[in-house]
Write a protein that binds this ligand. Sequence first.
Ligand SMILES: [Zn+2]
Length: 312
Amino acid sequence: MKTALIRTAAAIAICALVGASHAAAPMSHTPAAGFYRTTLGQYEITALSDGTHPFPVDTVMTNISQQQALQDLAEADLALPLQGSINAFLINTGSKLILIDTGAGALYGDCCGKLVAHMRAAGYQPEQVDEIYITHLHKDHAGGVAAFPNAVLRLSQAEADYWLTPANRAKAPAFLSTFFDAAQAAVAPYQAAGRFRPFKDFGPLEAGIEAVPAPGHTPGHASYLIQSAGQQLLVWGDIVHVAPVQLAHPVATVKYDSSEANAQTTRVQLLRQAAEQHWIIGAAHIAFPGLGHIRRRQGEYQWLPLNYDETP
Ligand SMILES: [Zn+2]
């Protein structure tokens, strides 16, 4: 009896000790790592987070009822306010360092513009970037472009023409006006330095890398297909803004789409191809790191995040 009492007392003392030590650990309050490394054949792929920001699903989505969009979120155990990721992808081919999209820079405020810090944390310096491929000239993709002093800037000629032609600003909705300013400010230093090299034709840019036309969200929106040793990665840019909504309902668009019809067609096409080809997708706005596969099940698309692999 006495022994049992002593044992119980000892157990209580241990519990109290364990409890106390857990409660005593202070919160870290340090930023998340912000980078994610994987490989694609012979290439090293580093996903870089630029930050997350509240994405106003209830006011920005079109061609879907607000009620349906919120229901799609609820089915994914998500609710408003929803944090939306801004992801970019660094491709090291072994002979070239290529950055696809550059985050928002200073244009989205404190939430974002973390890409360079995360790139450094990942072991790369902005000076090492040889080329930047831009999917489209929106602020959250081209806003961070100024940080790379040695890079050549590449994007489709159609995209450059759209944002750099003054007459288009007058025809576009008023809320896009600052987007025109941002696009012009982004490319100006590259033009001045002779490092602005838009491509007229989609197709191969580099051994193993081709530009794929993906118009709709913007007129000259490009996705980039990267292939190495039999593996394929499509860095698709803004094909999907809110995965739980647009995978269930690919017709759902956003008010920033230049052409809703083209955005719908492109999304349906690329979702189908991604599922059939088993491409790895690098997505700008699917939860960081935005790397995964697309699967079709019972008429709906699903996102399967990449399996985590720490082998170097
Ligand atoms: Zn975007």
